[in-house]
Design a protein around this ligand. Structure first.
Ligand code: ATP
Length: 395
């Protein structure tokens, strides 16, 4: 099915309808577009409506083989709906879902090469660890010896060798989590779907499990698709992140890309703190743009296609803002604004400076402890940051 090309003008809805007929055994008049050859999972213009609620709006994504891919966004933005469509628990209203090159819109969950792990793990509390993990294998009709071999290997994988006969009720939260992962991995899915699986754990355990999941992922050749609303978790674990808002994917990239070069105000502020300054672009070249704001000129990096004359916001992360005494400024730093220090707060790993520019714009700087002269509230100072750390946003 994946080898044929459909007409480019065919609407996705129409393509989807014809795929229905094909899967029902009828004649296939139009075939879906070819899947990307290297993608484990691909979504083409996928939408999902629940009555009047448009949960997912024309999302296209390609997720590579063995990639750790996260869907990140605030509550209700459509992350779980996308995951459930990949797993086959929901059907798209429009568009195509491919698994390993094959359209699976109408393939039921149990016939897909995927496994879903929920936040509420749904382990069988009346069974021991071994039987929980063995359950799916026995349903498939594997013989006892093969079941034992696979269950023990899965327990080894999640560092729970020797726990076979423990009751689920005798396990810690993290151990239960690992049993759920073993139960999913024992079926050797090509795609593992994880819906906020660490959401119920306390912070310390959550961080420990993030590291363990990363290690498990490196040991198995499986694509992980991970849903979270926690930006730190997404940055910690993912090869790439799709940032979602209101049913749309607004940016896709590595953690460094989406954090370091956000395209919109939403991405800049959802992933960490950001100083946003409103400005008009006065000159744009290939290496830099000059923007004119309320406090004068700022040089920024043109990560996006910006033209002179437009009004934009520029974003600079607090950790990239340096704060100097007026007589000590490093002249090599492109951007310098006169500011007054409003507040200084020691935060452990860094000190937070709340600043205000001459025009009244607020700025936040996070500075590591260092040998420089201390600044106190009321001091005149200079806030400085490099052009490369300053991004023009387009939305
Ligand atoms: P959260 O982080 O809170 O789980 P999410 O980003 O995963 O949110 P979804 O669960 O995908 O969001 O929901 C997206 C939208 O679709 C929400 O407005 C939700 O209320 C709605 N929705 C989801 N499932 C259904 C359903 N079965 N019937 C009606 N509306 C639904």
């Amino acid at each position: 099915m994946a080898g044929a090309v459909g007409p480019a003008s065919e609407s996705q809805h129409a393509v989807s309808e014809i795929v229905v007929k094909e899967s029902e055994g009828g004649p296939a008049m139009v075939r879906p577009p070819v899947a990307s050859p290297d993608a484990a999972v691909e979504l083409r213009e996928v939408s999902k409506a629940f009555g009047k609620i448009h949960a997912v709006k024309g999302v296209s994504l390609q997720i590579g083989q063995n990639e750790f891919f996260s869907l990140l966004g605030p509550s209700g933005c459509g992350k779980t709906t996308i995951l459930r469509m990949i797993g086959g628990f929901e059907q798209p209203t429009k568009g195509l879902v491919y698994l390993n090159g094959r359209v699976v819109n109408h393939v039921p969950p149990y016939r897909r090469d995927t496994n879903l792990i929920f936040q509420h793990l749904a382990l069988f509390s009346h069974l021991d660890v071994f039987d929980n993990i063995a359950f799916g294998l026995r349903m498939k009709g594997l013989d006892g010896r093969a079941v034992r071999q696979k269950v023990l290997a899965a327990l080894e994988l999640v560092d729970l060798a020797g726990f076979e006969s423990r009751r689920i009720t005798q396990l810690s939260g993290g151990q239960k989590q690992r049993v759920a992962i073993a139960r999913a991995l024992v079926n050797e899915p090509s795609v593992l779907l994880l819906d906020e699986p660490l959401g119920a754990l306390d912070l310390r355990l959550r961080m420990q499990m993030q590291e363990e999941l990363k290690e498990i992922r490196h040991r198995v050749g499986t694509t992980f698709i991970y849903v979270t609303h926690d930006q730190t978790e997404a940055l910690t674990m993912s090869d790439r992140i799709a940032v979602m808002r209101d049913g749309l994917v607004v940016q896709v990239g590595t953690g460094r890309e989406v954090y370091g070069a956000p395209r919109t105000r939403f991405v800049a502020t959802f992933l960490g703190d950001s100083n946003l300054l409103e400005a008009r672009v006065t000159a744009a070249g290939s290496g830099a743009v000059i923007v004119e704001g309320a406090d004068g000129q700022i040089q920024a990096t043109p990560h996006t296609d910006v033209r002179p004359g437009g009004d934009f916001f520029v974003s600079v992360r607090p950790e990239h803002v340096q704060v100097w005494h007026p007589d000590e400024v490093d002249p090599g730093i492109e951007n310098r604004l006169e500011v007054r220090v409003r507040e200084v707060t020691f935060k452990g790993a860094f000190t937070e400076y709340r600043l205000v520019t001459r025009s009244g714009q607020a700025l936040i700087a996070h500075l590591p402890a260092g040998p420089r002269r201390a600044l106190v509230p009321g001091d005149a100072a200079v806030a400085a940051w490099r052009r490369d750390d300053c991004v023009v946003l387009t939305g």
